[in-house]
Ligand binder design. Structure first.
Ligand SMILES: [Zn+2]
Ligand SMILES: [Zn+2]
Length: 366
């Protein structure tokens, strides 16, 4: 793309942002984006643990992301912190940085990096489907678009989240004597699921595992209505108390659906809300009776639509199915380049964090 009357930008894209073992590095500003190791100055796209780590000298992020980091790691998670207001430009060195909503989880942002007419967008993780718990993704036209490819294979097409939510509520109506235990990542997915359940008109209390409690309170404090949400009380940890939860919905981290914890509920139905639930073998392997395909990542169609929308000639791919998406870029006349960044993957819990290759191998299994 030409700008500024066809003047060549003084830096090439590969000089403005460089993939390093610590993460993407911007030499003229001396900052890293979503570093996986402690660095002097970090810009953070969102609060998931593979992107937001503790121990940096200084952090620039949205107010919500800073709050999430403080909640997870304690107030001393960084030496100093600075709020990036949405849409506002922060100049560091000669480089302008702007945080724009990514539609992934509360506070999630793309980072627009601009230097003398050259614009690179680092999207972090993102999705295009509507989410009542966070600001929608805003496409920004750019020269280079840096994208994830978690679900970058044609098999991954997410159905509408409200239709998957309806499956859960149908099951609850069908089995009023059973407890529905739904695994959902504790940051983002759990709260989105609660909001979707409320939008569907379900008004009973929702019960949550202790690991989901603090983040849920933070969402509520940010003004996101989730209705009557109750933590499982100590008495309900015993079999007697749990009988009271027959017919109720319990939301827990994905790791808990395979635990003894979940089996102590009355005749539980185990569900899991994840884009991976498109892969039936994966649902079976996790003992999931009711797979719900609800994802906070763009699916195959939305990755392509987004790449076309931002009009970048070059697509750099951070993690996930990078080779497959790069290949598609080639067929679309675009330059697609896997960055082979290590340390990004699904958010903790039972997913293979830091081992994105496993996602592909699980999919490839018969
Ligand atoms: Zn994420
Ligand atoms: Zn991620």
């Amino acid at each position: 793309m030409t700008r500024a009357f066809g003047n060549r930008p003084p830096l090439r894209p590969s000089e403005l942002l460089i993939p390093t073992p610590a993460g993407l590095y911007c030499p003229p500003a001396d900052i890293h984006i979503d570093p996986v190791r402690p660095v002097a100055r970090a810009l953070i796209t969102h609060g998931h643990s593979d992107h937001a780590r503790a121990g940096h000298g200084a952090v620039l992020a949205t107010a919500e992301t800073l709050a999430i980091m403080a909640l997870r790691y304690g107030e001393a998670f960084t030496g100093s912190r600075q709020v990036a207001a949405p849409g506002e430009t922060t100049r560091i060195g000669e480089v302008d940085f702007r945080f724009v909503p990514a539609g992934h989880v509360l506070g999630s942002a793309q980072i627009v990096v601009e230097h003398k007419g050259l614009r690179i967008v680092v999207s972090g993780d993102y999705k295009r489907e509507r989410d009542p718990t966070c600001a929608p993704f805003e496409p920004v036209i750019c020269d280079v678009f840096i994208t994830e490819a978690t679900f970058g294979l044609p098999v991954f097409r997410h159905p509408p989240a409200h239709a998957e939510t309806a499956k859960l509520l149908d099951s609850v109506r069908l089995f009023p004597e059973r407890t529905h235990i739904v695994g959902a990542y504790s940051l983002g997915k759990a709260q989105r699921l609660m909001a979707l359940i409320r939008e569907a008109g379900y008004e009973r209390p929702l019960f949550i595992h202790g690991a989901v409690e603090k983040i849920t309170e933070l969402y509520q404090a940010e003004g996101i209505p989730l209705g009557d949400v109750r933590k499982i009380e100590p008495g309900e940890r015993k079999a007697e108390g749990r009988k009271a939860l027959a017919g109720e919905i319990v939301i827990c981290p994905p790791s808990a659906i395979q635990d003894l914890w979940s089996r102590r509920f009355p005749d539980p139905v185990t569900a899991f809300a994840s884009g991976w639930m498109r892969v039936r073998a994966r649902a079976r392997q996790k003992g999931v009776e009711l797979p719900l395909i609800i994802s906070d990542h763009a699916d195959w169609d939305d990755l392509q639509a987004t790449i076309r929308e931002v009009q970048a000639g070059e697509i750099w791919i951070t993690h996930g199915e990078a080779e497959a998406l790069a290949h598609w870029c080639g067929t679309a006349g675009l330059k697609g380049m896997p960055l082979h960044l290590v340390g990004y993957g699904d958010e903790g819990d039972s997913e293979p964090e830091g081992k994105p290759a496993e996602a592909g191998s699980a999919e490839a299994a018969p």
